[in-house]
Design a binder for this molecule. Structure first.
Ligand SMILES: Cc1cc2nc3c(=O)[nH]c(=O)nc-3n(C[C@H](O)[C@H](O)[C@H](O)COP(=O)(O)OP(=O)(O)OC[C@H]3O[C@@H](n4cnc5c(N)ncnc54)[C@H](O)[C@@H]3O)c2cc1C
Length: 228
């Protein structure tokens, strides 16, 4: 896979990978890592092409694996808490046992804007949810309806993303300047399910509001809506 292939439309994805190459990064797409061994103070990465026609050995100083996480909940198997892709919580962030709360990467919560249960592995979710759980543990009854966003900085470029930014959805690109500034809308069944704000700032709350709207939305509705 290319960098960002799971998130971005194909043309933006191509641009981004060329952009990284222009910064001196060797992007090896359509290859998969098959092994990692230590050789004195160096590391040896074994890789192969996805069609298995070629094998590669790459010697490196260090490896950073950006591969997502799997919640470590095996120790909770006999706890009586509901475990399903993390620890299942209600809208007050209580587990099955109302005296036990969960928040952050490990918590599986319901988001009303998207109408789905989800787990988010991002800072905004951990911070906002942690505070909400803390308040509820102290006696408040604050519902967690927050739709988390995440961000990334890519050399001089950067983005903020809200909702379901999945390149398998229908995507509408609204560029102020191609690949430098614009918004990608992710639609499903005429509703906006995700928004990618590419070098467009201070629109996260507007994006959240758009995702909460029932629609129906068409491509024409999106033009200039958040990018200007
Ligand atoms: C390399 C990396 C880069 C990231 N970059 C970004 C980014 O650019 N933007 C972004 O939004 N997010 C990013 N994230 C994600 C973000 O850091 C996490 O979403 C956030 O830290 C989750 O907070 P948390 O409190 O839920 O979990 P954590 O920060 O993982 O804290 C959980 C704590 O629980 C402890 N723990 C685990 N099991 C037990 C146990 N059985 N008993 C006691 N303690 C236990 C752990 O040791 C840990 O201290 C990144 C994460 C990583 C790893």
């Amino acid at each position: 896979m290319n960098i960002g292939a799971a998130l971005f439309p194909h043309d933006l994805n191509q641009f981004l990978n060329d952009y990284y190459r222009s910064k001196g990064v060797e992007v090896m797409s359509r290859k998969t890592v098959t092994g990692l061994t230590r050789k004195q103070d160096r590391l040896i990465l074994d890789a192969r092409s996805v069609d298995e026609s070629d094998k590669y050995t790459i010697e490196v100083d260090a490896v950073v694996a950006g591969i997502g996480i799997k919640p470590d909940v095996s120790w909770l198997e006999k706890s009586g808490l509901t475990i399903d892709n993390g620890i299942v919580v209600d809208e007050l962030l209580r587990t099955q046992n109302p005296d036990i709360f969960a928040a952050g990467d490990v918590a599986n919560f319901y988001n009303p804007s998207l109408g789905i249960r989800m787990r988010a592995e991002h800072e905004d979710n951990a911070l906002t949810m942690g505070e909400c759980a803390g308040r509820n543990m102290a006696g408040e009854s604050q519902t967690y309806h927050h739709l988390p966003y995440f961000y990334s900085d890519l050399f001089e470029l950067g983005y903020e993303a809200v909702g379901k930014t999945d390149s398998r959805l229908e995507m509408l690109e609204d560029w102020v300047e191609p690949y430098k500034k614009g918004v990608i809308y992710y639609l499903h069944q005429d509703r906006v399910r995700g928004v990618l704000l590419w070098n467009v700032w201070d629109r996260v709350n507007a994006a959240r509001a758009l995702i909460a709207e029932p629609g129906p939305f068409t491509a024409a509705d999106m033009k200039g809506r958040l990018a200007f």
